[in-house]
Design a protein around this ligand. Structure first.
Ligand SMILES: O=c1ccn([C@H]2C[C@H](O)[C@@H](CO)O2)c(=O)[nH]1
Ligand SMILES: [Zn+2]
Length: 135
């Protein structure tokens, strides 16, 4: 990925985050790396539960961890799985990304072998619902 924004070291970091996944049910480990505006790294990983719907995706664990630690402005998020092709965030995570980040924030999706594709939050959730729709 050569867009003038993405840094190769983000791939190393997101793989570290992926190692923290807790996935006894799916064995599908997802890592997320949220980069704050001041270049801090916030890790996310999917944390599953025997009550399956209680599972939290990697993208959302990163976002809620950041907010809980007082970080609310972000440059980008990187997501990685062990799938052969880059996997993209689920619908619930897209909705949460819409609320807690900016529409033009890049979402980088990496495959196991390090291929990376990029979409903005708005591209992942076009015409998404937000608090503005309630004004
Ligand atoms: O974008 C995604 C898609 C899925 N998962 C997790 C949820 C569950 O633990 C496992 C299988 O769906 O992957 C994520 O963390 N992020
Ligand atoms: Zn999700």
């Amino acid at each position: 990925m050569n867009d003038g924004i993405f840094k190769e070291e983000w791939l190393v970091e997101v793989q570290e985050a992926q190692k923290r996944a807790y996935t006894p049910y799916s064995n599908f480990n997802v890592g997320a790396l949220l980069i704050t505006e001041d270049d801090e790294y916030i890790y996310g990983a999917n944390i599953e539960n025997a009550s399956y719907p209680a599972t939290i995706c990697a993208e959302r664990t990163a976002l809620v961890s950041a907010y809980a630690n007082g970080k609310t402005k972000f440059k980008a998020i990187v997501v990685i799985t062990d799938a052969p092709d880059p996997a993209s965030p689920c619908g619930v995570c897209r909705q949460v990304l819409k609320e807690l980040t900016s529409d033009d924030m890049p979402v980088y999706m990496a495959s196991k072998d390090g291929r990376v594709i990029k979409r903005t939050v708005d591209e992942l959730l076009p015409l998404g619902f937000s608090g503005k729709d309630m004004e």
